[in-house]
Ligand binder design. Sequence first.
Ligand code: AKG
Length: 270
Amino acid sequence: VIPTIDLEEANDQILNQNIRQASEKWGCFTVINHGVSLSLMAEMKKTVRDLHERPHEMKVRNTDVLLGSGYKPLSELNPFYESFGLFDMASPQAVNNFCDQLDASADQREIMLKYAKATDDLARNLARRLAESYGVVEQHFFRGWPSHFRMNKYHFKPETVGKLGVKLHTDPGFLTILQGDEDVGGLEAIDNSSGSFFPIHTLPNTLLVNLGDMATIWSNGRLCNVKHRVQCIEAKMRITIATFLLGPVDRDLEAPDEFVDAEHPRLYKP
Ligand code: AKG
């Protein structure tokens, strides 16, 4: 149901409006011709799968930079979800540090660096297009905002079918780029207009874009922070990779004046 947007659409205005409409109505959409090559996506998937095979003692070296930003092991609270976390993925030094901790090979390191840059660039490009679509003068409003990388592995088993791998939430940041799992579904989002869940399927060579809480605040309530969750629907291992463009680190986010008028009073006051 959610729109698929071709980022090679030649007319910038049409493209920006498509992004804006999908972001307002659904808070999520898939993109094609997004500039992250099919081979890089596949190599990154394989790298994440391989890094998850590392021994537990090595995985726990992926420690927090900010609270909750590092490795999340399988736990009592969530016995079938584990995830690596890399704070500030736009910094090659942070990516290299992560690779050191996990003894990544030279090839894996190169893939991580390339993929982190490509998806972070894509997230920022989409944020800039949103600003352009509303005529916001400060188009690079996200300058200096960090991005966070999450590499998820779901250990779905016959006994976990019907259970939640990730509970219902909105992403706290501005915008998320997700490389889903083409083989194993389970991601579901809420349709804002009906309140019902719908499944999000992953097609090869596509990426999913989600808008988060920061986008709703920045747009003074116009952009939808889509609610989503992951349900175990079959007993198979599932791997997904998320790039979160977060928000400002040194101040509260305020909607630019372009979003505020008599009909749209300021909703969020820092
Ligand atoms: C998240 O990391 O915020 C997710 O919702 C993960 C989605 C997925 O694994 O499909």
